[in-house]
Design a protein around this ligand. Sequence first.
Ligand SMILES: Cc1ncc(COP(=O)(O)O)c(C=O)c1O
Length: 430
Amino acid sequence: MGWPAAQTGHHHNGGGGRYFLVSSHPPSVPPALASLTTPTTVNNAHRLGLAPIATPERLLLGPGPSNAHPVVLEALARSPIGHLDPLYIELMGEVQELLRYVWQTDNRLTIPMSGTGSAAMEATLANTVEPGDTVLVAVMGYFGLRLAEMAGRYRAEVITIERPWGEAFSLDELEAALQEHKPTILAMVHAETSTGVCQPMEGIGELCRRHDCLLLLDTVTSLGGVPLYLDEWKVDLAYSCSQKGLSCPPGLGPFTMGPRAELKLMNRQGKVPNWYLDVSLLNQYWGSDRVYHHTAPVNMNFGIREALRLLADEGIEASWARHRSNAERLWAGLESLGLELHVPAELRLPTLTTVRIPEGVDGKAFSRHLLDRHGIEIGGGLGVLAGKIWRIGLMGYNSTPENVDRLLNLLETELPAFRPSQAPLAAVGA
Ligand SMILES: Cc1ncc(COP(=O)(O)O)c(C=O)c1O
């Protein structure tokens, strides 16, 4: 340990000056402390000698991240500006307004959390859950389970209802659970990335209002690519990510909170038990006061600003339609190759398709082959679907007919080598 400069220095221009020099004559060190003085040599054991970074070009057709738009990448490479610079403050307003547009909400408290989707996910719960609140989580895949796990950490009384992985909830099932458990919050996933299911949302918000319960929705794999009408659907809290339908790298987690959720936050008995994600503090920076909370990741916000600008230029409905038509092209192609889709057509997500791995095929070996030979990433299954499905993402910048055709061609020409010689086309039971 070295001597702190403050103990060895003197002020250069009087007691109150700004300049401070460290004395060139440190005080004599008591013998007992001699061994604690600054070492004379540096330990180089961890000093790697590296070449400059050189990442390969990949086509990311997995569950995320997807490739970022080149214009977004250019924005990320710009020189940072101060996070209280008037120009940056203007940009913050633009990001907020465009997030409202892509989410179709007028919510005042709409901000990109500094962190990935999970940070925004945690923010929805941290701000609204009070110890002992009942949180009902409708679980139809891996990310529903994550919501339940997080809610428990904020000391909610967590109740889960479940559907098999590949199915969605009916209004009747949700209503029965609301009646039975009388939760404060119903939390659910709109686009379940682990299964490829899109939960139909019509009527759920009304049910929640009738049962005096907040509706919290995960839109991580739907924002930008799947129709979302937060206000019409009466969603009180939602979150998303930057790295999928927005064509930006991972690093920001869009967050939004409607008036009913704001009221719950205002009426809390205790402080939000998470300083970093406390929206009442964050709003002093994002609102008109501009009070410093944490140093904003300004370049990530340059990136999301550009991503949202491009999406607004395209038009959100055009983007939804593009995602659907490319997904339909993929689904038709996969079926014509004899592959089986995991989710029935009416519940399929346009952004993420789950395909059953044909019997006898080593799914991991084939996806590794695609990556090594062709630079294309696709995903494998999570949880109960591990080893049973591939997950193919067509999100944001990557949702193009060219990408669909490239993958279909490879499946047609290179998958047969991975099938056992006499294997029938039947898929592994999922
Ligand atoms: C549905 C869903 N929710 C939450 C998350 C967590 O987001 P992140 O990995 O950006 O923290 C993901 C990530 O893929 C997701 O797909």
